[in-house]
Ligand binder design. Structure first.
Ligand code: FAD
Ligand code: UDP
Length: 369
């Protein structure tokens, strides 16, 4: 009999297990249907020895020192500030859209006038959102908003979600601001680093307690009646847990196409977005993230697809009022005091990694007083 059965060896499952074992002396069995730990940030070396994120690029960033400090107990870090560009009208334009982007896409005189107007309206150094910019009355700001909406957000969002920006919660497009400055970093968080030996290594250290057992390639449904446990923490999709009793909760999935090149680097920055035209959304080159050298390189091309339960991986909850209402109904189905849900899939929340860590820590603190 274990104190806790944790379903999912991603951030929420691993951090909860680590806390339950180290702080509260609980015995924990962590299972995952995948054959590895670390959930979506999992990384491994390909046949060329290049460290690769199998489920898409994961860049760690946070403004919470307590979360950075906590993870620093399990990894050393490498400094890394993420940068992205988008291919727009055959030019590479920095994303988030900023003053350098304006200088590239507008004639010099007009770019200068738009920048001046943005500074007057928001203040130099501010961030705004595409939705706020689109609601402006001023002609110059509207012209800029229309350009950015048409060329950066509309096509990308339609591909990524199968929905237009106005059909999805504003928090989704708000993740990527419009900058009233030349700051071309993708994130502005105070702590931006990559785990030096990779995410998987960090998770292995997190789970290395003698009170924690890990069972991989193990399905919840295959062990739920076989293993004896006092409590369960489920970090998978909540509709799956309840056998889709209230209907299917929509998630978005992805397909990754990997390409290897006989050259040290293939593209100028880690991430190139393709808001228009192509069926894929972005191409990421891993060596920029890891800082590794070597004669060959690899990229991952992301194709968004609808999630089909049982066939594809649910990567993203789809933030919309109707989906969130269905999620709340699923949460209400849970009457058992010993069954808990947390995580990007179970909470149906678009968590970044630091938020997933925070969610696990606060859940364990709440449950254990
Ligand atoms: P997960 O990592 O999804 O872990 C859940 C685990 O549960 C999985 O391993 C799954 O196999 C397992 N599981 C589910 N159901 C079952 C079952 N029935 N039986 C057994 N096991 C089961 N965040 C950032 O901060 N920065 C980034 O750059 C970033 N990039 C991302 C890029 C992509 C393409 C995606 C999809 C996400 C990205 N994220 C990023 C978000 C990050 O992946 C999440 O915040 C984090 O992984 C959430 O952790 P989790 O434990 O909730 O979920
Ligand atoms: N987005 C966009 N164009 C871009 C980059 C982002 O329209 O060039 C929108 C799109 O809706 C995307 C959202 O902003 O889903 C959030 O982008 P982010 O890079 O945070 O997505 P993630 O890395 O989580 O997939």
């Amino acid at each position: 009999m274990v104190d806790w059965l944790i379903v999912g060896a991603g951030f929420v499952g691993a951090v909860a297990a680590e806390h339950l074992a180290r702080v509260h002396g609980q015995t924990v069995l962590v299972i995952d249907r995948r054959d590895h730990v670390a959930g979506n940030p999992h990384d491994a070396r390909n046949e060329d020895g290049i460290l690769h994120h199998r489920y898409g690029p994961h860049i760690f960033h946070t403004n919470a020192p307590r979360i950075a400090d906590y993870l620093s107990g399990f990894t050393e870090w490498r400094d890394y500030e993420h940068r992205a560009v988008a291919l727009i009208e055959n030019r590479l334009v920095p994303i988030p859209f900023n003053f350098t982007s304006l200088d590239i896409v507008f004639p010099a005189g007009k770019a200068a006038r738009i920048k001046q107007r943005m500074i007057e309206r928001y203040g130099f150094g501010a961030n705004t959102t595409i939705l706020a910019l689109r609601s402006e009355q001023d002609g110059l700001l509207r012209e800029c908003a229309d350009y950015v909406y048409e060329h950066v957000f509309l096509g990308y969002t339609s591909k990524q979600w199968g929905l237009r920006p106005d059909e999805i919660d504003a928090s989704v497009t708000n993740r990527v601001p419009v900058r009233v400055s030349y700051d071309d970093r993708y994130f502005q968080d105070s702590f931006q680093k990559m785990p030096r030996a990779g995410y998987t290594r960090m998770f292995e250290r997190m789970l290395a307690s003698r009170l924690i057992e890990v069972s991989l390639a193990t399905e919840w449904r295959d062990v739920r009646d076989r293993v004896r446990y006092k409590n369960v923490l489920f970090t998978g999709a909540i509709d799956e847990f309840f056998d889709y009793r209230l209907g299917v909760l929509p998630y978005r999935s992805l397909e990754f196409e990997v390409q290897v090149y006989d050259q040290p680097l293939h593209q100028p920055v880690a991430q190139v977005n393709y808001p228009n035209g192509e069926r894929f959304t972005r191409i990421t080159e891993m060596k920029h993230l890891t800082g590794e050298s070597g004669p060959r390189t690899m990229v991952a091309i992301e194709y968004p697809i609808p999630h089909r339960p049982g066939e594809t991986v649910p990567y993203y909850p789809i933030p919309r009022a109707d989906n969130e209402a269905l999620h709340r109904e699923y949460v209400l189905l849970n009457r058992a005091k010993t069954v808990h849900f947390a995580g990007r899939l179970a909470d149906y929340r678009y968590y970044n990694m630091d938020q997933a860590v925070g969610r696990a820590i606060s859940l364990v603190s709440k449950l254990r007083g």
